[in-house]
Design a binder for this molecule. Structure first.
Ligand code: ADP
Ligand code: MG
Length: 277
């Protein structure tokens, strides 16, 4: 059931990103709402490769925790249009800015959904590599789903840590900068767990953990803090379970970090069981 582009009417812009625009669109006959991501056709082979990788991953994934794809179209103009499930409550980033910081029970809910998505991806040999609040989408049913596979990677037998400078630097794990020191037996999956840890901390504190509120990122300083400093820690007043959970995500040595499946059984999530609110 591939949704045709000629059946879609553009309603508004939902977001801009690297080389593309995402629109809210409506199906003319069914009235169903979708998100349409248009990536501008580019002669730049790197951009082209990224888009092809994203298409490939979206075609392969089938999980309630990953944003669903309802069709991919190669337009004559060279643009590529991807029809996506519309997430009607926005991103975790927009929710943070609109509703303020998240409580521990809310974060346990968010963490469980993202970990189920990551566990699915990792068991299918896919590393997301760009986990951050603006790539995590929410709907009114309070489901949280992973989106934006622009820089993701399907693992092959050959590992190529040199080809790993993609994604948003700020959320990148120590071993992405310095695989010799923090990589252990480098496998890449643990990088997504580091980014998840930073994301949850940001949602709790209201600002990016490596920076003070309102501080502008200076990439060199940030990279030094990630590689040479201690991992950020939560302020006083949080529960032991939440603090422990974040510590399991933010181990600098990637092999000491818990996996997505292990984290799903962490006491922090057991303390806040699935609710149907
Ligand atoms: P980019 O690679 O350009 O960052 P994204 O896939 O992250 O592209 O989309 C950019 C923005 O568009 C997101 O941060 C979000 O605000 C919005 N967006 C993307 N997909 C959807 C969707 N399925 N439903 C609702 N909003 C979306
Ligand atoms: Mg994005």
């Amino acid at each position: 059931s591939n949704v045709l582009l000629t059946d879609l009417e553009k309603l508004q812009v939902l977001g801009h990103g690297n080389g593309g625009t995402v629109y809210k669109v409506q199906h003319k006959r069914t009235s169903k709402i979708y998100a349409l991501k248009i990536v501008h056709g580019d002669n730049d082979p790197t951009v082209r490769r990224q888009v092809l990788r994203e298409m490939d991953i979206l075609r392969r994934t089938d999980s309630p925790h990953i944003v669903r794809c309802h069709g991919i179209h190669d337009k004559p103009s060279g643009d590529i249009a991807i029809v996506l499930e519309y997430m009607d409550a926005g991103t975790l980033d927009s929710l943070l800015r609109g509703n303020g910081t998240f409580s521990e029970p809310e974060l346990a809910h968010v963490a469980r959904h993202i970990l189920k998505g990551l566990s699915y991806l990792h068991s299918n040999k896919i590393i997301h590599r760009d986990i951050k609040p603006s790539n995590l989408l929410v709907n009114k049913k309070m489901e949280v789903k992973i989106a934006d596979f622009g820089v993701s990677k399907i693992m092959c037998r050959t590992l190529d840590p040199c080809n790993s400078y993609v994604g948003t630097c700020a959320y990148m794990s120590p071993e992405r900068f310095d695989p010799d020191t923090y990589g252990g037996n480098y496998n890449g999956y643990a990088g997504d767990i580091w980014s998840l840890g930073l994301t949850l901390m940001e949602l709790y504190m209201g600002h990016f953990p490596f920076l003070s509120p309102g501080q502008r990122p200076d990439w060199a300083t940030l990279m030094c803090a990630i590689c040479f400093g201690n991992p950020p820690s939560l302020p006083a007043g949080v529960s032991d379970e939440f603090r422990g959970f974040i510590e399991c995500c933010l181990q600098k040595e990637s092999s000491k970090r818990w996996t997505a499946t292990q984290l799903l059984g962490h006491p922090f999530l057991c303390k806040h069981p699935i609710s149907n609110k």
